[in-house]
Design a protein around this ligand. Structure first.
Ligand SMILES: C[S@@+](CC[C@H](N)C(=O)[O-])C[C@H]1O[C@@H](n2cnc3c(N)ncnc32)[C@H](O)[C@@H]1O
Length: 209
């Protein structure tokens, strides 16, 4: 995988080993991932794709809440997938991990009942964002549900300041201007809703193909 295909978690690769501890301290611990998992209601044996799965926190939360679903996580960063693999092996979860970026999903069209993603859209390089949204739509089944959790349009003064500062370090700028709901709308997704929010900073967007 070429480094320009993706930006590593926490931007600088040398923090990858501490990713879970750092995001936990920032308020993105088990409760956050469990909350994200609450926003999908899969049936038994439904298939779920986690885009930019990282250390597989959301994939694991989904598998814990819905033990009969089939979960696949993709990420272009081999190093972070190694951490995910160890966690999955330790807990004996059945989650498939594939090393690939969102802009090149190696699945046939209409493969998944749900596509989910947490804190990954702002890591996808600008030049691949549009392609990545199209790919996520392509692999979703008809009427399938997409849940994207990431920086949204800031809802209060503090969220505005924090997301502005982060936009100087990571590609949060487009998210602040409504990238996610606009991209879903441009692709013809239906029932686009912001179903949840954290700190007025992180938006939970849900829509149907
Ligand atoms: C902040 S981490 C989020 C990880 C995980 N989803 C979570 O919520 O803990 C961002 C992730 O996006 C991944 N990423 C970066 N560019 C990507 C791309 N082009 N396609 C898919 N994932 C990408 C990174 O490798 C990283 O694992």
């Amino acid at each position: 995988m070429k480094r320009k295909d993706y930006t590593q978690a926490l931007t600088l690769g040398f923090f990858t080993g501490w990713y879970d501890s750092i995001v936990n301290l920032m308020g993105f611990g088990k409760r956050y991932y469990a909350k994200a998992a609450d926003y999908i209601q899969p049936g038994d044996r439904d298939s779920i794709l986690d885009v930019g799965t990282g250390t597989a926190n959301l994939a694991i939360a989904i598998r814990q809440k819905y033990p009969r679903v089939k979960v696949t996580g993709i990420d272009p960063d081999k190093e972070i997938l190694e951490i995910a693999k160890k966690k999955i092996k330790k807990e004996k979860f059945d989650i498939e991990l594939i090393n690939t970026p969102a802009q090149k999903l190696p699945f046939p069209s209409e493969s998944f009942d749900f596509v989910v993603s947490s804190l990954a859209i702002h890591h996808i390089p600008k030049s691949f964002k549009k392609e990545s949204f199209s790919e996520m739509k392509r692999v979703l089944k008809r009427n399938g549900v997409i849940l994207i959790v990431d920086f949204g349009i800031p809802k209060n003064f503090f969220a505005d300041i924090i997301s502005f500062i982060l936009s100087l370090l990571e590609d949060v700028g487009p998210n602040r201007k409504g990238l996610i709901p606009n991209a879903l709308n441009d692709l013809g997704f239906k029932d686009i809703k912001e179903v949840g929010n954290k700190f007025g900073l992180i938006s939970f967007y849900k829509a149907r193909k």
